[in-house]
Design a protein around this ligand. Structure first.
Ligand code: GLU
Ligand code: MG
Length: 467
């Protein structure tokens, strides 16, 4: 669980004592350093590290890092907004001790996600993790709702011996194939062991569709912890793969054509300990609230893609009939609808029912993505939005007229289109606040400019090893 308390200069009550005890424990376990992990607006994981002996100091006073990373692009160039992107200023990174883990795939290292506050001790308005914590806290206060979330992680294993920049799949066996599972048996067993040692509850690990592709699905947690877990899982996959001479790509489109890497989000709302997606009078047992929540998601999805599919490479993945969910449609267990209603199996529905949002990839900052998805769903509840009729089968078969008649829209086909939708969505921009909303727009425009004139193959290559 995540405490919803912001860090403060000097440390939250008990933090320093806890960090001091943790330092001693880490030393006893052979840990020398702690990775302080954040994700920037472009979706790139960025880190600072401190010696394990400095953990108490980091918990009390944070660790310095420039706010300029809020407007970094995936290629490490920098854009500017009115308030971000300047070389001036400093922020403090505060490790969240509740989520500190010893890294099984990187001996000698521990890892913790961070919140960022200003030197004056204020929330940094560009901090994605702080944003998500605020959205979750507000949802509980205003709506009496809490959430559970899980982010699926897909990636391609490439051979470490391939020429620089080139993707050579590390397995040749078929999709979901027994051959592929055996080919990468040692690496994936180590991955399961590392996840278990780190307290990451794994639901499944399997060979996926595309060349060299695998997927891991993990247990649901509160949204902040779920986003942290998604970052940790990727750190772990990378580290374990590297020890086996493999490279991994979480890019939405490792190759320009074909099925890409998704980061599907499973999300459920809970009231007084009860799952609102089950046991109701609505379709498939949804309560009226759950239907409105799904309707809110659908209504905001075109604009949400600027946050959930933030890379030019995202739009190589977001194509029909590739299980990426590129139409504003919902359906029970429909893998081509953007929102898949998961009811769970009889006997499990009260625990398992949730919504799976598909047009999300792992270029997305998971904190921003979850916060915006929740804000969109809550908007549906606030306005008692009604859920349109279910769409079964692949929505692409509806054709333009029927799709329009049924309120089914194709999601943006480019990052330019997504940004235009995002600019027009006051609810999402308002939820993010002016600083984050401007950062999102500026960074997306920067990415668009960075790929101007490139063809699909060049776009895939440009982002292949960045996520
Ligand atoms: N790889 C697909 C995607 O891009 C998802 C496959 C699946 O349904 O797990 O989202
Ligand atoms: Mg999958």
């Amino acid at each position: 669980m995540t405490t919803l308390a912001d860090p403060v200069p000097g440390g939250r009550p008990g933090d320093v004592e806890r960090a001091t005890a943790l330092s001693a424990e880490l030393a006893g376990r052979g840990v020398h350093g702690v990775v302080l992990a954040q994700v920037d607006t472009a979706g790139i994981g960025r880190v600072k590290t401190v010696p394990a002996a400095k953990l108490a100091q980091a918990a009390a006073w944070g660790v310095g890092m420039s706010p300029v990373f809020d407007t970094f692009l995936a290629d490490d160039s920098i854009v500017a907004t009115d308030v971000l992107g300047s070389p001036d200023g400093d922020l403090r990174l505060y490790p969240d001790l509740d989520h500190l883990v010893v890294l099984a795939g990187q001996p000698g290292w521990a890892w913790a996600p961070v919140d960022r506050i200003t030197q004056e001790g204020e929330r940094h308005p560009g901090c994605g993790r702080t944003f998500l914590r605020r959205i979750v806290a507000d949802a509980e206060r205003r709506h009496g709702l809490t959430f559970k979330a899980a982010i699926e992680v897909e990636w391609a294993f490439g051979l470490g011996t391939a020429p620089r920049g080139v993707f050579e799949p590390a397995a040749s066996g078929p999709a979901y194939g027994a051959i592929r599972q055996v080919e990468l048996s040692d690496c994936t067993a180590d991955l399961l062991a590392a996840c278990a040692a780190q307290g990451v509850e794994v639901e499944q690990l399997h060979p996926e569709y595309a060349a060299g592709q695998f997927e891991i699905s993990v247990g649901a947690l509160d949204p902040v912890a779920a986003a942290d877990r998604s970052v940790l899982v990727r750190q772990t996959v990378r580290a374990v793969a590297q020890r086996h001479g493999l490279r991994v790509s979480f890019s939405p489109a490792v190759l320009a054509r074909g099925v890409g890497n998704g980061g599907h989000v499973h999300l459920s709302a809970w009231r007084d300990g009860a799952n609102v997606h089950s046991g109701g009078q609505g379709r498939y047992g949804m309560t009226a609230e759950a239907e409105s929540f799904a309707a809110g998601l659908l209504a905001h999805l075109p604009a949400l893609t600027a946050v959930t599919a933030p890379s030019p490479a995202s739009y190589l993945r977001l194509r029909p009939s590739q299980w990426a969910g590129v139409f504003t449609a919902w359906g029970r267990e429909t893998r081509e609808a953007a929102v898949r209603v998961v009811t769970g199996t009889r006997g499990l529905t009260d625990r398992a029912a949730n919504l799976e949002v598909k047009p999300v990839d792992l270029a997305a900052n998971p904190y921003l993505a979850l916060g915006c998805l929740i804000a969109a769903g809550l908007d549906g509840i606030t306005s008692s939005a009604s859920l349109p009729e279910e769409i079964t089968g692949d929505p692409v078969r509806l054709g333009t007229d029927l799709a329009q008649a049924r309120g089914v829209r194709r999601l943006p086909v480019s990052l330019e289109e997504a940004v235009a939708e995002f600019r027009g969505d006051d609810l999402l921009r308002g939820a993010l606040g002016p600083v984050l909303a401007d950062a999102v727009t500026a960074v997306r425009q920067g990415e668009i400019a960075a790929v101007a004139g490139l063809d699909d193959e060049q776009v895939a290559a440009a982002y292949r090893w960045r996520y």
